[in-house]
Ligand binder design. Structure first.
Ligand code: SF4
Ligand code: SF4
Ligand code: FES
Length: 402
């Protein structure tokens, strides 16, 4: 075990524990920006600097293991001044557009600037004039907001094994972009959204489509219906300060009806339909030798896209069953429309999904128009739903569980 002092507090941690992790054990919070709990440190930002007694330079707490005998100071006047200067330098390359940013209120850079009371420009601003990447219908990259932390690159390369993103050029010109300096749509990107989920700023965000849903909800000619994916009910609470995993199914049904949806469908139902379809297909292939085995699921559009791009020799092994999202879209615009005597052209189907790839799926092939219309009109992420609930004035957490 390693024994050391952090701000004069004794700490004992296993070998290899970083100063950042050790500090948390004695309730000391060192500010960070590039470090994410899911990822290895990239040590790119310098916000987490601390001082070891007797050392002649400041060290980065996120990537430096604590050593026996260290006497670490995490906060003194010099350290805080250096952190503030570092932040000011980062902000001098960042556009001043918080009010119109998709991450406004959830941006780690914005939060740090507020914590350090940075409320004026002390360094002349220079922002690289690079147009955003709007090439996909799922992810938007605003290069000007990138702080070069490297999180998105690590998650895309190491966790997703897609390698769509990379750092290009060197030195002061270093920038994050799709590898090969092509558009995201041309890259191997599978639209999984993990880069946007890990980006600390508004540089990578899901394509926001809440305006289209509001417009449909306010249009008396439209019959708006919605489906919610299984995970949404246990993740939406995080946007309202609840712990991950809090089950809000009933509040969610209630809130969606209040937003103006005339029917709330549960994607759990169409997931069962997909399973029945896949089971029938498996029996056909296994018992009657009609098709190759193994049978591989095709429910996830990211997975399907990845297989089509990298392992096309397995395409015949894919199940031909639609995903739960698309099955519910078709059912809403055929069976449900007939049962209730609705004109399917007037039905506006919204899906609330955990992943940006579901946006991409909506117009992936002509099979996504099996009802004769676009089967699902808009897919929103859980984040977008939370945004709509906050805009609506509904006191979500106070809604009855009925
Ligand atoms: S959406 Fe997924 S695959 Fe595409 S760039 Fe982001 S992390 Fe990589
Ligand atoms: S796009 Fe976001 S996650 Fe990627 S390097 Fe830039 S700031 Fe970091
Ligand atoms: S958080 Fe340690 S260098 Fe960025």
């Amino acid at each position: 075990m390693i024994k050391a002092l952090i701000n004069d507090l004794s700490v004992e941690v296993p070998e290899g524990t970083t100063i950042l992790e050790a500090a948390r054990q004695v309730q000391v919070r060192i500010p960070t920006l590039c470090k994410h709990r899911d990822l290895l440190p990239t040590a790119a930002c310098g916000i987490c600097i601390v001082r070891n007694k007797g050392g002649d330079k400041m060290i980065r707490a996120c990537c430096t293991p604590l050593e026996t005998g260290m006497e670490i100071t995490t906060h003194d006047r010099d350290i805080v001044d250096v952190r503030r200067s570092t932040l000011e330098l980062i902000l001098s390359n960042h556009p001043n557009g918080c009010l119109t940013c998709g991450r406004n209120g959830e941006c780690e850079l914005q939060t740090l600037a507020a914590d350090f009371n940075i409320n004026q420009e002390s360094i002349k601003r220079y922002v690289r004039d690079t147009p955003p990447d709007l090439s996909t219908n799922a992810i938007v990259i605003d290069f000007a907001k990138c702080i070069k932390c490297g999180r998105c690159i690590q998650v895309c390369q190491e966790m997703q094994n897609v390698w769509a993103l990379s750092f290009l050029e060197r030195g002061i010109n270093t920038r994050m972009a799709p590898a090969g300096d092509i558009t995201l749509a041309e890259s191997p990107c599978v639209k999984c959204g993990q880069c946007s989920a890990h980006c600390p700023t508004g540089a990578i965000v899901e394509k926001d489509e809440t305006a289209a849903v509001w417009e449909a909800l306010h249009n008396p000619e439209k019959i708006c219906v919605v489906q919610i994916a299984p995970s949404v009910r246990v993740t939406v609470g995080e946007a309202f300060g609840l712990p991950p995993g809090t089950n809000l199914t009933r509040k969610l049904y209630h809130a969606l009806r209040r937003l103006g949806f005339s029917a709330v469908f549960d994607t759990n139902f169409s997931a069962d339909v997909t399973i029945v379809e896949e089971a029938s297909e498996f029996i056909e292939r296994f018992a009657h030798k009609r098709g190759p085995l193994p049978l591989i699921t095709s429910c996830c559009p990211s997975w399907t896209d990845h297989m089509e791009k990298r392992h096309w020799d397995f395409i015949d092994n894919f199940s031909t069953a639609k995903s739960p999202q698309q099955i519910l879209g078709v059912l809403a615009k055929t069976y449900y429309a007939q049962k209730l005597g609705h004109d399917p052209a007037k039905i506006f189907m919204v899906s609330i999904m955990p992943c940006t790839a579901k946006k991409y799926e909506l117009s992936r092939t002509e099979e996504m128009y099996a009802s004769g219309f676009k089967d699902v009109d808009v897919a929103l992420t859980t984040r977008e739903l939370a945004r709509m609930l906050k805009q609506s004035g509904i006191d979500f957490l106070a809604l009855p569980d009925a």
